[in-house]
Each structure stands twice: as C-alpha cells, then as structure tokens.
Design a protein around this ligand. Structure first.
Ligand code: IPM
Ligand code: MG
Length: 377
C-alpha cells in the first residue's frame, strides 16, 4: 500500500529526530511492503524565517491532504521576542485546532531496561509503568478568550475584562492587565471522555479524571459530564482527582493510574511530569486525533535549541510517534509493534543517547541511534 505522510519537522532538534523517524518508517516500508510518500513542509520558526508566518496555508493544506502528519518541534530563542499570533508555538496550536485534533494521547511507559533512568525509587517501578494521559487539545484556557488591557481609574475599554470587573465587584489598581479564559462546552468534554473510556477498555479499565472542581466552574461541568458518561461504561472504573493531588500522586504511586483524562492545560503539565518518571522526556511520543483516522504525531519534547545540530538528541520519542502513526492512522498494528520492539531491543542491548546514558551503557548519537533501531527491524 502507498501512504501519504506530511512531515513538518520545524525547529531545533525537530528536523534531526524526525529524520530518524523517517529512516525507521522507510525500513518498515521495505520489510512490510509499503511505500511511504513524504511531503515536507515548513512550520514554526523555520516557516517564520522564510514566509513570515509560523503556519503557512500550504502547510495546513499538505497536512489535510495526508493520511497522517509527522511533526517535530517548534520554537527557539531566535523567535522569543515575537508576540501572540506570530510566535512559532502558534503553528502547532493552530494546526491542532484547524485539523480538529481534540484528543491527545500521551503514553508514559517505563521500559524495563530503563528503570534505572527514572528518578523514582526502584520499588515504585519494579513492575514497570504504563500510563496513558488523554489530554483535551483544542479547548480550555489555550483557546478561550484572551487579551491585554490598560486599566485607568479602575475601568478598562476591554469588553470582557470590563464585564469581569463589574461581575466581581472589583476596583482594580491602574496599570496593565492580561487575561486568559478557561472555557469548555459539554460536547467538548463528552467527546474527550468517550476517547478516554474507550482507551481504558483496551487497557486496564480504569479512568482517573483530573480537574480542579473545588475551585473551577469548568471543572464542575467536566466532572458532571464524566459522571454521566460513566453510565455508558459501567465496566470501567472512574475516579476523580484534583489536579494538585494528581501531580503528587503521580510521584507517590504512579502505578495507581491507567488512563488519566484531563483538560488541555492540566494535561500539558501532568504529561511533562509523567515523562520525567520514565527517565527522559526524550522517550515519549504522542498522537493527536480527531474523529476520523487522520492524526498528527509528535514527540512531547520541545525543540531543545541548546542541543540542536549536535547529534545529541534522543530520537526515540519521534520514532515511537511514528509507531503510533502506523497504529492509529494507518491501522498497521504489526508494523507499529515492530518499530516498538526495535526500540526495546536497542535499549536491551545497552545503547543510550546522552539523556539516558549510564556508566555501563554504549553512548550513541542521534543518527547512530536511528541507524541501530532501523537495523533491529
Ligand atoms: C506540548 C507543548 C505545547 C503545548 C506548546 C509548544 C504550545 O508544550 O505539546 O505539550 O503547550 O501544548
Ligand atoms: Mg507541553
């Protein structure tokens, strides 16, 4: 079969880790008799430099035409001075939104071979770890109304902020102000809940819904919808947890979790935390899905400008993202398993990129890691 994959490698280590994922996909293609056609497009800072726009229409169109998109990373010090819509991060946020990718799957798995790389005590991870964070991706505070305003004599011309001031009966001090709004509709909560419950059914039948319903109105709605949805999944256990407690529980006893479902912002934070339990953020892939088969796949790490271009980056997160692409968008489960098994073999044989390197292991660079993993397929 022939498959069309849009490749948006982006900035920093994005291009180098994505190259290794493509290397592995090509080997999978040879082994299993598939042809992957790549359509490489600019995104993030790289796109700003050549077009002035972090997400050119051409890039969005290429993603829409593709069966799946492999994304690298965006951002870096060169573009840190830019504001709002012009920032490289806007590219990934707008892509998620424009492609309708509301469900972000972020597995945190501790490979047996890497339990020594985790900062947690060995006893806590003796049986390994396999958590799936299901993060809502196109709503919440990331996409709610936001703005900046000037306050003079306790008043502002900004309509939304002004309504908040009246509502709260406030008399704010003069000066600059800024706001972001957490905002969720029932249907947005329901559909991410459906993803989480469905995923839990294929795993260990447990969902922990993370919110802050002791404080936030959006969280109270979130909890209510999760409860009512639970009636359709009586075989799955549902628990609720406040976000601050969840952050603590992830470190105290990570194995109590199977699927975690949560809002855009809490999911962003908790998935970085969970990644560290696994030893390195350089290991964790993600899939962003909508209603159909199309998906966007990216490592959860960023562009790491400090190590870019030095052959130091760990390509495993990107390679495992490509494995998720095979599984979820192309329904090629055997091929996905083969890619994941190759990563396991690489680790079992003691090969390590610098981020996960121990005294006894064989230190390899980005390209050599990709070569070895491809060879293990
Ligand atoms: C992530 C990143 C992004 C996010 C940034 C780059 C906008 O942190 O994918 O987790 O906050 O979603
Ligand atoms: Mg993040």
């Amino acid at each position: 079969m022939k498959y069309d994959i849009a490749v948006t490698a982006g900035d920093g280590i994005g291009p180098e880790v994505t190259d290794e994922a493509v290397k592995v996909l090509n080997r999978i293609g040879e082994r299993f008799g598939h042809v992957f056609r790549y359509d490489r497009k600019l995104v993030g800072g790289a796109a700003i430099d050549s077009t002035g726009n972090p997400l050119p229409d051409e890039t969005v169109d290429a993603c829409k035409r593709s069966d799946a998109t492999l994304f690298g990373a965006v951002g870096g010090p060169a573009w840190d001075g830019l504001r709002g819509e012009l920032r490289p991060e806007q590219a990934i946020l707008r892509l998620r939104k424009e492609l309708g990718l509301y469900a972000n799957l972020r597995p945190a798995i501790v490979f047996e071979e890497l339990s020594d790389a985790s900062p947690l005590k060995y006893e806590l991870l003796e049986e390994g770890l396999d958590i799936l964070i299901v993060r809502e991706l196109t709503g919440g505070i990331y996409f709610g109304p936001k703005g900046t305003a000037e306050i003079e004599n306790g008043r502002t011309k900004d309509g939304i902020l002004s309504a908040c001031i009246d509502e709260g009966n406030m008399r704010p001090a003069d000066g600059r102000a800024a706001y972001d709004t957490e905002f969720y509709t029932e249907s947005e909560i329901r559909r991410i809940g459906v993803t989480a419950f469905a995923m839990a059914r294929k795993r260990r039948n447990k969902v922990v819904s993370v919110d802050k319903s002791n404080v936030l109105e959006t969280s109270r709605l979130w909890r209510e919808i999760m409860e009512s949805l639970h009636e359709e999944y009586p075989d799955v256990k549902l628990e609720h947890m406040y976000a601050d407690n969840a952050a603590m529980q992830l470190i105290r006893d990570p194995n109590q979790f199977d699927v975690i479902v949560t809002s855009n912002m809490f999911g962003d934070i908790l998935s970085d935390e969970a990644s560290q339990i696994t030893g390195s953020i350089g290991m964790l892939p993600s899939a962003s899905l909508g209603d159909g088969n199309f998906g966007l796949y990216e490592p959860i790490h960023g562009s790491a400008p400090d190590i870019a271009g030095k052959d130091l980056a760990n390509p495993i997160a990107s390679i495992l993202s490509a494995a998720m692409l095979l599984r979820y968008s192309l329904s090629l489960a055997d091929e996905a398993n083969a890619a994941e098994a190759a990563v396991s073999k690489f680790l079992k044989k003691g090969f390590r990129t610098p981020d996960i390197c121990a005294d006894w292991s064989v230190r390899v660079g980005t390209r050599e890691a990709g070569d070895l993993i491809a060879d293990f397929i």
